[in-house]
Ligand binder design. Sequence first.
Ligand code: ZN
Length: 202
Amino acid sequence: MAGPEIEHLMQMLARLPGLGPRSARRAALYLIKRRESALEPLATALALVAERVRPCPRCGNFDTASPCSLCADPRRDDAVICVVEDVDDLWALERTRAFSGRYHVLGGLLSALDGIGPEDLHLPRLLERAAQPAVQEVILALPATIEGQTTAHYIADRLKAAETPEHPLRISGLAHGVPVGGELDYLDDGTLSQALRARRPV
Ligand code: ZN
């Protein structure tokens, strides 16, 4: 139907989340028709991101700076670390402007079904960070799914086991408002910031 280059572009687009073969064909044609206004700016943006964006060695956020701008920002509160499943949840929380502490991206959730164990998540770095004297609270902002809650309990246990009398830690989870089975990224900003403000101890 189309040449191999266009065919390849459509196959690459069809692999993107939310796109199937049909929308990939439409997107490819859209780009090809709009070389200057869409295709070339997109190619430039992709090349820049591929070249410059890396995961932050401290929190796991994506940024061009290392450590990322959130870790480097001196106005943010070192006393609170908010643990999230992935970067889209970090973005969702940042959009609410309800949180001004630091983040930690786990990079997934424990799942017996998918064979994801503690060693597959960014846990050692979290335990290291939580042991720093400045840290007073860890918020487990994980989804209200079985995997999310299993992961939250596992992390809470590990944090409590590492706690010392000289350095007690408050461990909390998001409050109601997070629907059961709910992913953070799908919540509206008001619901998410309310769930964060009304967080409860784990
Ligand atoms: Zn960071």
